[in-house]
Design a protein around this ligand. Sequence first.
Ligand code: ATP
Length: 326
Amino acid sequence: MAQIKRIAVLTSGGDSPGMNAAIRAVVRKALSENIEVVGILRGYEGLIKKDFIPMNSKSVANIIQMGGTILKTARSEAFKTVEGRRIAYNNLIEENIDALVVVGGDGTLKGARALVEEYNFSVVGIPGTIDNDLYGTDMTIGFDTALNTVMEAVDKIRDTAMSHDRMFFVEVMGRDAGFIALRSGIACGAEAVVIPEVETNMNELHEKLLGYMNKKKTSSIILVAEGDDAGGAFRIKDALLKYGDDFDMKVTVLGHIQRGGSPSAYDRYLASRLGIAAVEALLDDQRSIMVGMIHKDIVHVPFNKTIKHHKTIDETLLRIVDILNT
Ligand code: ATP
Protein backbone atom coordinates (compact mmCIF):
# COMPACT_ATOMS: atom_id res chain seq x y z
CA MET A 1 0.00 0.00 0.00
CA ALA A 2 1.30 3.45 -0.94
CA GLN A 3 2.24 5.89 1.84
CA ILE A 4 -0.25 8.67 1.19
CA LYS A 5 -0.91 11.25 3.88
CA ARG A 6 -2.34 14.16 1.93
CA ILE A 7 -4.14 14.34 -1.40
CA ALA A 8 -5.65 17.11 -3.48
CA VAL A 9 -8.78 17.10 -5.62
CA LEU A 10 -9.84 19.41 -8.46
CA THR A 11 -12.55 19.67 -11.11
CA SER A 12 -11.62 20.86 -14.59
CA GLY A 13 -13.04 21.51 -18.07
CA GLY A 14 -16.80 21.89 -18.47
CA ASP A 15 -18.83 21.43 -15.30
CA SER A 16 -21.08 18.40 -15.16
CA PRO A 17 -23.82 17.37 -12.73
CA GLY A 18 -22.40 14.86 -10.27
CA MET A 19 -18.97 16.48 -9.90
CA ASN A 20 -19.95 17.46 -6.35
CA ALA A 21 -20.93 13.90 -5.52
CA ALA A 22 -17.50 12.80 -6.79
CA ILE A 23 -15.70 15.42 -4.65
CA ARG A 24 -17.71 14.30 -1.63
CA ALA A 25 -16.82 10.65 -2.19
CA VAL A 26 -13.11 11.44 -2.64
CA VAL A 27 -13.03 13.53 0.55
CA ARG A 28 -14.98 11.09 2.71
CA LYS A 29 -13.11 8.01 1.49
CA ALA A 30 -9.78 9.75 2.07
CA LEU A 31 -10.82 10.84 5.58
CA SER A 32 -11.89 7.28 6.34
CA GLU A 33 -8.30 6.25 5.52
CA ASN A 34 -6.86 9.08 7.68
CA ILE A 35 -5.69 10.95 4.61
CA GLU A 36 -5.95 14.75 4.61
CA VAL A 37 -7.62 16.42 1.65
CA VAL A 38 -6.97 19.75 0.00
CA GLY A 39 -9.42 21.22 -2.52
CA ILE A 40 -8.00 23.10 -5.49
CA LEU A 41 -10.19 25.88 -6.86
CA ARG A 42 -10.78 26.38 -10.61
CA GLY A 43 -8.99 23.29 -11.86
CA TYR A 44 -5.45 23.55 -13.18
CA GLU A 45 -5.68 27.33 -13.02
CA GLY A 46 -5.99 27.12 -9.22
CA LEU A 47 -3.18 24.58 -9.11
CA ILE A 48 -0.87 27.12 -10.74
CA LYS A 49 -2.14 30.02 -8.62
CA LYS A 50 -2.04 27.90 -5.46
CA ASP A 51 -5.69 28.46 -4.79
CA PHE A 52 -5.93 25.66 -2.22
CA ILE A 53 -8.50 25.14 0.54
CA PRO A 54 -8.54 22.57 3.33
CA MET A 55 -11.41 20.09 3.10
CA ASN A 56 -13.10 18.16 5.86
CA SER A 57 -16.24 16.08 6.13
CA LYS A 58 -18.33 19.21 6.66
CA SER A 59 -16.99 20.93 3.54
CA VAL A 60 -18.78 18.32 1.46
CA ALA A 61 -21.98 18.13 3.51
CA ASN A 62 -25.20 18.78 1.64
CA ILE A 63 -23.64 18.93 -1.82
CA ILE A 64 -24.56 15.54 -3.30
CA GLN A 65 -27.74 17.00 -4.76
CA MET A 66 -26.11 20.12 -6.21
CA GLY A 67 -25.20 20.61 -9.87
CA GLY A 68 -22.03 22.46 -10.89
CA THR A 69 -18.93 22.10 -8.73
CA ILE A 70 -18.24 23.67 -5.35
CA LEU A 71 -14.54 23.69 -6.28
CA LYS A 72 -15.39 25.66 -9.43
CA THR A 73 -13.83 24.83 -12.75
CA ALA A 74 -11.84 26.58 -15.44
CA ARG A 75 -9.93 26.07 -18.64
CA SER A 76 -6.23 26.84 -18.16
CA GLU A 77 -4.00 27.75 -21.09
CA ALA A 78 -1.05 28.11 -18.71
CA PHE A 79 -1.26 24.46 -17.69
CA LYS A 80 -0.77 23.44 -21.30
CA THR A 81 2.76 24.84 -21.08
CA VAL A 82 5.82 23.15 -19.54
CA GLU A 83 6.40 26.22 -17.37
CA GLY A 84 2.79 26.21 -16.11
CA ARG A 85 3.06 22.57 -15.09
CA ARG A 86 6.41 23.23 -13.38
CA ILE A 87 4.78 25.85 -11.18
CA ALA A 88 1.84 23.51 -10.55
CA TYR A 89 4.15 20.66 -9.52
CA ASN A 90 6.17 22.91 -7.20
CA ASN A 91 2.94 24.04 -5.53
CA LEU A 92 1.93 20.43 -4.91
CA ILE A 93 5.33 19.65 -3.37
CA GLU A 94 5.35 22.83 -1.25
CA GLU A 95 1.97 21.85 0.17
CA ASN A 96 3.16 18.29 0.91
CA ILE A 97 0.59 16.78 -1.39
CA ASP A 98 1.35 13.16 -2.25
CA ALA A 99 -1.27 12.54 -4.94
CA LEU A 100 -3.93 14.27 -7.00
CA VAL A 101 -7.45 13.33 -8.11
CA VAL A 102 -8.78 15.19 -11.16
CA VAL A 103 -12.39 15.16 -12.29
CA GLY A 104 -13.01 16.18 -15.89
CA GLY A 105 -13.03 15.22 -19.55
CA ASP A 106 -10.50 14.33 -22.20
CA GLY A 107 -8.47 17.54 -21.90
CA THR A 108 -8.28 17.22 -18.13
CA LEU A 109 -6.87 13.71 -18.48
CA LYS A 110 -4.31 14.96 -21.01
CA GLY A 111 -3.15 17.51 -18.47
CA ALA A 112 -2.99 14.83 -15.78
CA ARG A 113 -0.93 12.57 -18.03
CA ALA A 114 1.55 15.38 -18.67
CA LEU A 115 2.04 15.83 -14.92
CA VAL A 116 2.72 12.12 -14.47
CA GLU A 117 5.08 11.96 -17.46
CA GLU A 118 7.10 15.02 -16.45
CA TYR A 119 7.23 14.55 -12.67
CA ASN A 120 6.10 10.98 -12.03
CA PHE A 121 3.47 12.49 -9.75
CA SER A 122 0.57 10.21 -8.73
CA VAL A 123 -2.60 11.29 -10.48
CA VAL A 124 -5.88 9.42 -10.86
CA GLY A 125 -8.68 10.72 -13.09
CA ILE A 126 -12.45 10.52 -12.72
CA PRO A 127 -14.50 10.91 -15.94
CA GLY A 128 -16.71 13.98 -15.46
CA THR A 129 -18.27 15.39 -18.63
CA ILE A 130 -21.82 15.52 -19.96
CA ASP A 131 -20.58 14.42 -23.41
CA ASN A 132 -19.90 10.74 -22.51
CA ASP A 133 -17.05 10.80 -25.03
CA LEU A 134 -14.39 9.07 -22.92
CA TYR A 135 -13.13 5.64 -23.87
CA GLY A 136 -12.98 3.08 -21.07
CA THR A 137 -16.18 3.78 -19.14
CA ASP A 138 -19.76 3.08 -20.12
CA MET A 139 -20.93 6.42 -18.78
CA THR A 140 -19.23 9.62 -17.70
CA ILE A 141 -20.51 11.57 -14.70
CA GLY A 142 -23.14 14.07 -15.87
CA PHE A 143 -24.25 12.30 -19.04
CA ASP A 144 -27.35 10.74 -17.51
CA THR A 145 -28.52 14.04 -16.01
CA ALA A 146 -27.96 15.83 -19.33
CA LEU A 147 -30.07 13.19 -21.09
CA ASN A 148 -32.88 13.73 -18.61
CA THR A 149 -32.66 17.50 -19.04
CA VAL A 150 -32.88 17.16 -22.83
CA MET A 151 -35.76 14.74 -22.51
CA GLU A 152 -37.78 17.07 -20.29
CA ALA A 153 -37.16 20.02 -22.61
CA VAL A 154 -38.07 18.08 -25.74
CA ASP A 155 -41.26 16.74 -24.13
CA LYS A 156 -42.32 20.37 -23.68
CA ILE A 157 -41.30 21.33 -27.21
CA ARG A 158 -43.33 18.40 -28.52
CA ASP A 159 -46.48 19.85 -26.98
CA THR A 160 -46.07 22.95 -29.16
CA ALA A 161 -44.93 20.94 -32.19
CA MET A 162 -48.05 18.80 -31.94
CA SER A 163 -50.45 21.68 -31.28
CA HIS A 164 -49.16 23.80 -34.19
CA ASP A 165 -48.26 20.96 -36.61
CA ARG A 166 -44.64 22.03 -36.56
CA MET A 167 -41.28 20.47 -37.28
CA PHE A 168 -38.74 21.30 -34.56
CA PHE A 169 -34.98 21.02 -34.96
CA VAL A 170 -33.63 20.79 -31.43
CA GLU A 171 -29.90 21.35 -31.08
CA VAL A 172 -28.17 19.56 -28.21
CA MET A 173 -24.56 19.63 -27.01
CA GLY A 174 -21.97 17.44 -28.68
CA ARG A 175 -19.32 19.16 -30.77
CA ASP A 176 -17.57 15.97 -31.82
CA ALA A 177 -19.86 13.36 -30.35
CA GLY A 178 -23.49 12.47 -30.86
CA PHE A 179 -24.03 10.48 -27.66
CA ILE A 180 -26.48 12.99 -26.15
CA ALA A 181 -28.43 13.42 -29.40
CA LEU A 182 -28.72 9.70 -30.07
CA ARG A 183 -29.68 8.50 -26.59
CA SER A 184 -32.07 11.35 -25.90
CA GLY A 185 -33.46 10.99 -29.41
CA ILE A 186 -34.58 7.47 -28.56
CA ALA A 187 -35.84 8.58 -25.15
CA CYS A 188 -37.89 11.41 -26.70
CA GLY A 189 -39.26 9.42 -29.63
CA ALA A 190 -37.52 11.75 -32.12
CA GLU A 191 -38.38 11.32 -35.79
CA ALA A 192 -34.72 11.73 -36.77
CA VAL A 193 -31.30 12.27 -35.18
CA VAL A 194 -28.36 14.10 -36.78
CA ILE A 195 -24.91 13.38 -35.31
CA PRO A 196 -21.37 14.39 -36.31
CA GLU A 197 -20.15 10.77 -36.58
CA VAL A 198 -22.44 10.03 -39.52
CA GLU A 199 -22.53 12.26 -42.59
CA THR A 200 -26.04 13.56 -43.14
CA ASN A 201 -27.50 12.83 -46.54
CA MET A 202 -29.97 15.69 -46.94
CA ASN A 203 -31.94 13.93 -49.70
CA GLU A 204 -32.47 10.93 -47.46
CA LEU A 205 -33.41 13.07 -44.47
CA HIS A 206 -35.85 15.02 -46.60
CA GLU A 207 -37.41 11.83 -48.01
CA LYS A 208 -37.75 10.43 -44.52
CA LEU A 209 -39.49 13.51 -43.12
CA LEU A 210 -41.71 13.82 -46.18
CA GLY A 211 -42.65 10.17 -45.76
CA TYR A 212 -43.67 10.78 -42.15
CA MET A 213 -45.73 13.81 -43.14
CA ASN A 214 -47.44 11.79 -45.87
CA LYS A 215 -48.26 9.19 -43.24
CA LYS A 216 -50.30 11.91 -41.57
CA LYS A 217 -47.73 12.75 -38.90
CA THR A 218 -48.37 16.42 -38.44
CA SER A 219 -45.35 17.25 -36.33
CA SER A 220 -41.76 16.06 -35.98
CA ILE A 221 -38.81 16.44 -33.66
CA ILE A 222 -35.33 16.20 -35.12
CA LEU A 223 -32.49 16.12 -32.62
CA VAL A 224 -29.29 17.67 -33.96
CA ALA A 225 -25.91 17.48 -32.21
CA GLU A 226 -24.24 20.89 -32.39
CA GLY A 227 -21.27 19.57 -34.43
CA ASP A 228 -18.03 21.48 -34.79
CA ASP A 229 -19.44 24.20 -37.04
CA ALA A 230 -21.71 26.57 -35.18
CA GLY A 231 -25.40 26.49 -36.02
CA GLY A 232 -25.87 22.76 -36.49
CA ALA A 233 -29.68 22.79 -36.22
CA PHE A 234 -30.03 26.04 -38.21
CA ARG A 235 -27.85 24.57 -40.93
CA ILE A 236 -30.00 21.46 -41.23
CA LYS A 237 -33.21 23.49 -41.25
CA ASP A 238 -31.85 25.85 -43.91
CA ALA A 239 -30.75 22.93 -46.06
CA LEU A 240 -34.27 21.45 -45.89
CA LEU A 241 -35.88 24.79 -46.75
CA LYS A 242 -34.36 24.45 -50.22
CA TYR A 243 -36.69 21.53 -51.00
CA GLY A 244 -39.59 24.01 -51.02
CA ASP A 245 -42.06 22.04 -48.85
CA ASP A 246 -44.53 23.90 -46.72
CA PHE A 247 -43.27 22.46 -43.44
CA ASP A 248 -43.57 24.90 -40.53
CA MET A 249 -39.98 24.59 -39.28
CA LYS A 250 -38.55 25.97 -36.01
CA VAL A 251 -35.19 25.70 -34.31
CA THR A 252 -34.54 25.46 -30.57
CA VAL A 253 -31.00 25.47 -29.23
CA LEU A 254 -31.00 23.98 -25.74
CA GLY A 255 -27.54 25.34 -24.86
CA HIS A 256 -26.21 25.50 -21.34
CA ILE A 257 -29.30 24.25 -19.53
CA GLN A 258 -27.90 20.82 -20.47
CA ARG A 259 -24.97 21.24 -18.09
CA GLY A 260 -26.87 22.34 -15.03
CA GLY A 261 -29.32 20.97 -12.55
CA SER A 262 -29.42 18.50 -9.73
CA PRO A 263 -27.68 15.25 -10.71
CA SER A 264 -29.80 12.19 -11.43
CA ALA A 265 -29.76 9.20 -9.09
CA TYR A 266 -27.50 7.38 -11.54
CA ASP A 267 -24.96 10.20 -11.72
CA ARG A 268 -24.82 10.46 -7.93
CA TYR A 269 -24.33 6.71 -7.68
CA LEU A 270 -21.66 6.64 -10.40
CA ALA A 271 -19.81 9.62 -8.94
CA SER A 272 -19.87 8.10 -5.45
CA ARG A 273 -18.51 4.78 -6.69
CA LEU A 274 -15.81 6.40 -8.83
CA GLY A 275 -14.77 8.85 -6.10
CA ILE A 276 -14.13 6.01 -3.71
CA ALA A 277 -12.44 3.95 -6.43
CA ALA A 278 -10.07 6.83 -7.19
CA VAL A 279 -8.76 6.97 -3.62
CA GLU A 280 -8.53 3.18 -3.49
CA ALA A 281 -6.49 3.24 -6.68
CA LEU A 282 -4.06 5.78 -5.19
CA LEU A 283 -3.68 3.63 -2.08
CA ASP A 284 -2.96 0.73 -4.40
CA ASP A 285 -0.06 2.77 -5.82
CA GLN A 286 -1.80 3.29 -9.14
CA ARG A 287 -1.02 6.42 -11.10
CA SER A 288 -1.73 7.64 -14.59
CA ILE A 289 -5.11 5.90 -14.74
CA MET A 290 -8.73 6.87 -15.03
CA VAL A 291 -11.27 4.98 -12.97
CA GLY A 292 -14.38 3.99 -14.88
CA MET A 293 -17.30 1.64 -14.78
CA ILE A 294 -17.94 -1.04 -17.38
CA HIS A 295 -21.18 -2.92 -16.86
CA LYS A 296 -21.26 -2.87 -13.09
CA ASP A 297 -17.55 -3.18 -12.45
CA ILE A 298 -14.95 -0.60 -11.55
CA VAL A 299 -12.11 -0.55 -14.09
CA HIS A 300 -8.71 1.15 -14.27
CA VAL A 301 -7.90 2.57 -17.69
CA PRO A 302 -4.40 3.95 -18.37
CA PHE A 303 -4.48 7.64 -19.36
CA ASN A 304 -2.66 6.69 -22.57
CA LYS A 305 -5.43 4.31 -23.54
CA THR A 306 -8.40 6.53 -22.79
CA ILE A 307 -6.76 9.52 -24.50
CA LYS A 308 -5.69 7.55 -27.58
CA HIS A 309 -8.89 5.65 -28.23
CA HIS A 310 -12.16 7.19 -29.26
CA LYS A 311 -15.38 5.89 -27.82
CA THR A 312 -17.40 4.90 -30.85
CA ILE A 313 -21.06 5.58 -31.30
CA ASP A 314 -23.33 2.59 -31.71
CA GLU A 315 -24.74 3.30 -35.17
CA THR A 316 -27.37 0.60 -34.79
CA LEU A 317 -29.12 3.05 -32.47
CA LEU A 318 -29.83 5.22 -35.54
CA ARG A 319 -31.71 2.28 -37.04
CA ILE A 320 -33.65 1.98 -33.80
CA VAL A 321 -34.76 5.60 -34.19
CA ASP A 322 -36.15 4.68 -37.64
CA ILE A 323 -37.78 1.44 -36.47
CA LEU A 324 -39.55 3.30 -33.69
CA ASN A 325 -41.05 5.62 -36.30
CA THR A 326 -42.55 2.81 -38.37
P1 ATP B 1 -15.11 18.82 -21.36
O1 ATP B 1 -15.22 17.45 -22.00
O2 ATP B 1 -16.25 19.10 -20.47
O3 ATP B 1 -14.81 19.92 -22.34
P2 ATP B 1 -12.29 18.68 -20.74
O4 ATP B 1 -11.57 18.19 -19.56
O5 ATP B 1 -12.06 17.93 -22.04
O6 ATP B 1 -13.84 18.74 -20.36
P3 ATP B 1 -10.70 20.92 -21.71
O7 ATP B 1 -10.96 22.38 -21.66
O8 ATP B 1 -10.42 20.29 -23.01
O9 ATP B 1 -11.97 20.22 -20.97
O10 ATP B 1 -9.48 20.60 -20.74
C1 ATP B 1 -9.45 21.09 -19.42
C2 ATP B 1 -8.09 21.64 -19.12
O11 ATP B 1 -7.13 20.58 -19.17
C3 ATP B 1 -7.57 22.69 -20.08
O12 ATP B 1 -8.06 23.97 -19.82
C4 ATP B 1 -6.07 22.61 -19.83
O13 ATP B 1 -5.70 23.33 -18.69
C5 ATP B 1 -5.88 21.11 -19.58
N1 ATP B 1 -5.40 20.45 -20.81
C6 ATP B 1 -6.14 20.14 -21.90
N2 ATP B 1 -5.37 19.59 -22.86
C7 ATP B 1 -4.12 19.56 -22.37
C8 ATP B 1 -2.85 19.12 -22.87
N3 ATP B 1 -2.73 18.58 -24.10
N4 ATP B 1 -1.77 19.24 -22.07
C9 ATP B 1 -1.86 19.79 -20.83
N5 ATP B 1 -3.03 20.23 -20.32
C10 ATP B 1 -4.13 20.12 -21.05
